[in-house]
Design a protein around this ligand. Structure first.
Ligand SMILES: Nc1ncnc2c1ncn2[C@@H]1O[C@H](COP(=O)(O)OP(=O)(O)OP(=O)(O)O)[C@@H](O)[C@H]1O
Length: 234
């Protein structure tokens, strides 16, 4: 595969012996043992595994929401696990797009405003913001919904807005924690097809955690965790 021919410098995301332990009362629980993974541009990868295998813990470390007990996480060659709080929040805003299980849209903002928000903070000029919002609304099939508020949309539509918001600022990677968990199977299927199409046509890199067999089936690469270790990577 082309991926394997590139050197390590081409990785968008890489972990180096990442470990996470939690204290549960007096007992130390190792949620992740030395995890080493590397993600290249254009991947569409799912992380799956049984309940308690460490998926959420890993996603939280990769997205900088939590810090490893040991080891390092690199995004765009930068060690996010060593960054200070402010550095990390600026870095996350510019390099990572997030999609959450529960959509996390801002309820008082319209669809367009939700999508525009990060670009506003990034100082992108108004004309370019408007153009990008219109383009991405087309990509996610919501051109007629731009002036609605999240509460006026179905769950599937809200998740499309969340996808639009995640991709519009052109981050290096989209991290998605169980993105279809709250959706019925038809809506989930449509959403996965849409993300896969963004991956195919625009080369957008996605990394999911999931229980959803359909996401696993649609992935180009599937990493299975078991008891905090990588059980398989295919
Ligand atoms: N804050 C915490 N304190 C103590 N132990 C924790 C904490 N968070 C997770 N764990 C433990 O770490 C392990 C991995 O949990 P994690 O939530 O990452 O698994 P998961 O694969 O995402 O599970 P699920 O599919 O049920 O969401 C489990 O043994 C869990 O009990």
């Amino acid at each position: 595969m082309i991926q394997n021919m590139e050197n390590m410098g081409g990785d968008i995301l890489r972990t180096e012996n990442v470990m996470k332990t939690y204290m549960s009362g007096e007992i130390e629980v190792t949620a992740l043992h030395k995890i080493n993974i590397a993600i290249k541009k254009g991947e569409f990868t799912a992380i799956a595994g049984p309940s308690g295998s460490g998926k959420s813990t890993l996603l939280n470390l990769l997205s900088g929401l939590d810090r490893p007990s040991n080891g390092k996480v690199f995004i765009d060659q930068r060690p996010i696990s060593d960054m200070s709080g402010n550095q990390l929040s600026d870095f996350r805003r510019d390099h990572i797009g997030f999609i959450f299980q529960s959509y996390n849209l801002i309820p008082v903002l319209t669809v367009k405003e939700n999508i525009e928000y990060i670009m506003l903070i990034q100082g992108i000029p108004e004309g370019e913001r408007a153009e990008r919002v219109n383009d991405v609304l087309k990509d996610v099939g919501l051109t007629t919904m731009g002036n609605r508020r999240p509460a006026q949309l179905s769950g599937g539509q809200q998740q499309r807005v969340a996808i639009a918001r995640a991709v519009v600022s052109r981050p290096s990677i989209i991290l998605a924690d169980e993105p279809t968990a709250n959706l019925d199977s038809v809506t989930a299927d449509n959403l996965i097809d849409m993300m896969r199409s963004l991956n195919e046509t625009k080369g957008i890199t996605f990394l999911f955690s999931t229980h959803d067999k359909r996401i696993m089936d649609h992935s180009k690469r599937l990493i299975i965790l078991k008891d905090g270790n990588i059980d398989s990577d295919t």
